[in-house]
Ligand binder design. Sequence first.
Ligand code: KG4
Ligand code: ZN
Length: 361
Amino acid sequence: MRVLGIETSCDETAASVVALDDSGHARILSNAVLSQIEEHAAFGGVVPEIAARAHVEALDGLIEAALADADTSLGEVDAVAATAGPGLVGGLIVGLMTAKAIASAAGKPLLAINHLEGHALTPRLTDGLAFPYLLLLVSGGHTQIVLVRGVGDYQRWATTIDDALGEAFDKTAKMLGLPYPGGPNVEKAARDGDAGRFAFPRPMKGEARPDFSFSGLKTAVRQAATAIAPLSGRDVADVCASFQAAVTDALADRVGRALARFRVEFPSVAAPTLVVAGGVAANRTIRDVLLALCAEHGFGFVAPPLALCTDNAAMIAWAGIERLRAGLAGEDGMDFVPRSRWPLDSVSAPVIGAGRRGAKA
Ligand code: KG4
Ligand code: ZN
């Protein structure tokens, strides 16, 4: 089985071909990703209109390159899988319409894939992980803990009630005058900083409610930075280190609760596993804290290679393969309308709900 995947939900244009052989072994035949970071850098964040136009310009060439890299013709693919939500609607329209056109011209089925499902199923592509497992998804748009029980069977155990974690990193960077994207620059600056200099809050720590919150921390960072302005290089490093310490502390508390809950709900799972995905998973300090937490709780820890943790199309092609082989191809993709908000778990009530911030929930 071969599936062409297309991803355009945020600021990465991506196309990939993934194959599954008869023995159930998966292989990524190509994985083309074009980041738009430079186009958005001047604005300090992703500008939806610029993103959509950049997808239009790059996507056809990228799909051609992905097929060529995979030495695969359109006639040889079994299906076209495209991200249909959640994300920036302009980009979603570009990707899904392109996929519809290709699928229609080539006479192939079209699979409309939930971007979050792509992240959720990635460890099965990279590590052949068995269900059930816990996923911590931490990116610029999402901060969630999801129980992954099976293909199409997800339960959200925690989500952010305000900002996503990557967003907190990006906003902190912006306040401190560090370049976009903020996460890697905050991490770099934090290396030389004193994490004990500022006592920032650990949002939600110790609370019974399982969710995350980062906007109060962001406000505390702004107040501290304003109080000591103008900031020296040392000040910036200390704020970054203190911020990162607060974040990892809060994360460890929240994730620790979820690991304990998993133990209670799945006592028969002998080797439980936590998977981390999303751009923030690149952060070394956060990875180390999660690794230690997993060791403490007797959990395995899986962090897919970075290129498959951040947005890519291999995870979308793979989600397509998983759906096809589970007989869950779903409604006809040709009729599917892009959804800027599309929760993975349709049962748990949205925390943030409707409005501009809905996608994060
Ligand atoms: O998954 P991703 O590439 O895109 C989406 O948001 O979907 O995640 C990007 C986010 C940005 O907010 C970026 O600042 C953050 O991941 N990030 C990091 C690091 N590298 C990227 N945050 C903390 N530490 C890092 N090293
Ligand atoms: Zn993503």
